[in-house]
Design a protein around this ligand. Structure first.
Ligand SMILES: Nc1ncnc2c1ncn2[C@@H]1O[C@H](COP(=O)(O)OP(=O)(O)O)[C@@H](O)[C@H]1O
Ligand SMILES: [Mg+2]
Length: 210
């Protein structure tokens, strides 16, 4: 899904936190967003994700305005994910249930993504009883499982052990290659953006650095 941003401005009171004249994010690519704390990365991601509607300007999704159809085709993984108080399995199955997939087909997908992310052991644990890093893994699984056209990731490896980061990065890269999902990933980690991303956008004080 191609994303086009035109004249987007965001204010909190008198404080302007975003000011982007134009930005095009190419479909089927992995685009990184980097920049110092407080420069507006999460704000931008929430606007693209349709969660924040209080802004000036326009965002287009394959030349369309935000709609229910666009919403169904995308997902956002927060830095501190919110999981249901159900089992990990049920958390990951949830987006498939919402989309009325039959049990058999959904089971195969849930088991497959858990295996890929090496979280099969967590299957029966409660979503609200996980550590920060475990929650990030489960949230990524829950996002990948329904094959979104647009995947928004907000610092997805910020609480992840170094030796596991590569597993997560591989899952992200594989998803992009196989399913042609467009990915926007906010990351602090320059090496990570170099490893993963086809393009990188640098932000500073709410603006795109060119
Ligand atoms: N709910 C809010 N109310 C007021 N200011 C906010 C709110 N959320 C974020 N901000 C401010 O907006 C700016 C950008 O925040 P954010 O997008 O979270 O930055 P980043 O993700 O790049 O660290 C920061 O100055 C932050 O303090
Ligand atoms: Mg942030």
């Amino acid at each position: 899904m191609n994303i086009e941003i035109r004249n987007v401005e965001k204010y909190y009171g008198d404080n302007q936190v975003l000011d982007i004249d134009y930005l095009n994010i190419e479909k089927e690519k992995i685009t990184g967003i980097t920049g110092p704390n407080g420069c507006g990365k999460t704000t931008l991601l929430n606007i693209i994700g349709g969660l924040d509607k209080e802004f000036l300007g326009e965002v287009f999704y394959d030349n369309n305005k935000f709609s229910k159809k666009v919403k169904q085709a995308m997902t956002i993984v927060f830095q501190k994910p919110y999981l249901l108080k159900r089992t990990v399995y049920e958390n990951i199955e949830y987006p498939l249930k919402l989309r009325n997939m039959n049990k058999k087909e959904s089971k195969a997908k849930v088991l497959d993504v858990m295996k890929k992310l090496e979280i099969t052991d967590l299957m029966d644990k409660r979503g609200n009883k996980l550590s920060g890093g475990e929650s990030q893994k489960v949230a990524l699984a829950r996002a990948l499982v329904f094959n979104p056209k647009l995947l928004l990731l907000d610092e997805p490896t910020s609480n992840i052990d170094p030796e596991y980061i590569v597993t997560m990065e591989n899952a992200i890269t594989q998803f992009n290659l196989k399913n042609k999902g467009t990915i926007i990933i906010v990351t602090h980690n320059i090496q990570q953006s170099e490893r993963l991303c086809h393009a990188v956008i640098n932000m500073n004080r709410g603006k795109i650095q060119t």
